[in-house]
Design a protein around this ligand. Structure first.
Ligand code: NDP
Ligand SMILES: N[C@@H](CC=O)C(=O)O
Ligand code: NA
Length: 372
């Protein structure tokens, strides 16, 4: 990793909450940052335990992190985290909490932390796609203390989607429409499942592989029911001034077409969901066949139409010659920004939109934005 030749004057105490797929990869990228690094990890936490060492937790193997935190850690204690970390905020030293969970409870603490001058970085979509009240509390707390919150990996994982939209808006461009494939999981599933042929792998087998590759949410139902895309559309909408107040309840107000079969709507866990999905393979096979007979493929897309005030997510058919059919592979996202300046041809961002390495890279790049 390249390092700026000018050393920042500040030191950064980094607290990492969540050391699962993304969290452990983030820690590994942070520990690989070339010396002299301004960053030291002072806290590692899982949902049950935490290790706190204000002088810095020594580097260890990132694949052992979860086990080490469980074996050596104190019980998880949110007030302890808030108290101890706020004590580390001082001139010349910043404190950053990196939330690598998908927890609503952790997300609800961002305003408290920002009010104490603690910066927050996260790939967790919950705070920015939930109620408008929480979102506005975050903005208010950040403006009161100057502590920043960055969330590039919440949309398109490491792809520069949020920073691009912020730049378009801040430089006075008028965004008219954003459309694309926003889910790495859905992209992988339909790139494999629906190629224009009436035959192919079963739907459930492709979902299983997407999960094994680390693309899905902790519970894949959150991808298949469209919630994950609805959350991303909410996050982007709130960065467009005219849509800021549009979704007071957040993602649940987005017009979303779920792909979760009714019988699995209440599956107790991700494991149960994946185990029972083969029962519904025939239904998905029929969708594939109907699309193929029409010369089309299936793709799960999201649209924010600013002029029509329309925000929606769902499964659509595209001709086999359409870029969504020909140019996407793996977990690729493709996001098209139409604006006054980018017209009639949109600004397009494409690349892997899920997976631990690219998601952690987006989190790491946010951390670097604070320092350099
Ligand atoms: N995977 C991907 O491609 C992408 C993921 N993201 C987001 O990244 C985040 C992490 O995803 P991923 O790494 O796959 O998830 P994992 O389930 O692998 O890891 C989550 C981690 O968070 C911990 N955790 C959960 N709840 C709490 C809590 N209340 N307090 C403290 N720790 C908690 C878990 O602890 P424990 O080990 O005890 O369960 C675990 O260590 C999610 O918000 C996801 O939406 C964003 C973009 C892409
Ligand atoms: N489950 C999500 C992960 C990234 O946000 C996806 O598949 O896109
Ligand atoms: Na991104």
């Amino acid at each position: 990793m390249a390092q700026s030749s000018i050393s920042p004057p500040l030191q950064f105490c980094v607290a990492v909450i969540g050391v699962g797929l993304v969290g452990s990869e983030f820690v590994s990228q942070l520990w690989s940052f070339p010396a002299p690094s301004p960053f030291r990890i002072v806290l590692l936490a899982t949902s049950r335990n935490l290790i706190f060492q204000p002088d810095g937790i020594p580097k260890t193997s990132s694949s052992q992190l979860k086990a080490e935190v469980s074996a050596l850690g104190l019980p998880f204690d949110a007030p302890f985290i808030t108290r101890e970390l706020s004590g580390l905020v001082k001139p010349g030293q910043k404190v950053v909490i990196v939330d690598n969970t998908s927890s609503d409870d952790i997300a609800s603490l961002y305003p408290t932390w920002l009010k104490l001058g603690i910066e927050v970085i996260t790939p967790n979509k919950k705070a920015y796609s939930g109620s408008l009240n929480l979102y506005e509390d975050i903005l208010k707390a950040s403006s009161e203390t100057g502590a920043r919150f960055l969330n590039e990996s919440t949309v398109g994982a490491g792809l520069p989607v949020i920073s691009t939209l912020k730049d378009l808006v801040a430089t006075g461009d008028k965004v008219t429409k954003i459309e694309g494939v926003f889910s790495g999981t859905m992209s992988y599933i339909f790139n494999q499942f629906s190629t224009g042929s009436t035959e192919g792998p079963s739907f459930s087998s492709v979902v299983k592989v997407a999960r094994e590759k680390g693309y899905t949410e902790p519970n894949p139902a959150d991808d298949l029911n469209g919630t994950d895309v609805a959350r991303k559309l909410t996050i982007l909408s709130r960065l467009i001034p005219s849509l800021r107040q549009q979704l007071p309840a957040g993602f649940s107000s987005v017009d979303t077409a779920s792909l979760v079969p009714e019988g699995l709507a209440n599956a107790a866990s991700g494991d149960v969901f994946v185990q029972d999905l083969p029962k519904y393979d025939e239904e998905f096979d029929k969708l594939r066949q109907d699309a193929a007979k029409d010369g089309s493929v299936l793709r799960f897309v999201g649209v924010i139409d600013v002029e029509k005030n329309l925000i929606k997510a769902g499964l659509e058919r595209y001709p086999v010659t359409h870029p969504f059919a020909t140019s996407l592979g793996g977990s690729d996202n493709i996001i098209m920004f139409h604006s006054e300046r980018y017209s009639p041809r949109p600004l397009i961002i494409q690349g892997a939109g899920a997976g631990a390495a690219v998601t952690a890279m987006g989190v790491m790049s946010d951390l670097l934005k604070l320092a350099y």
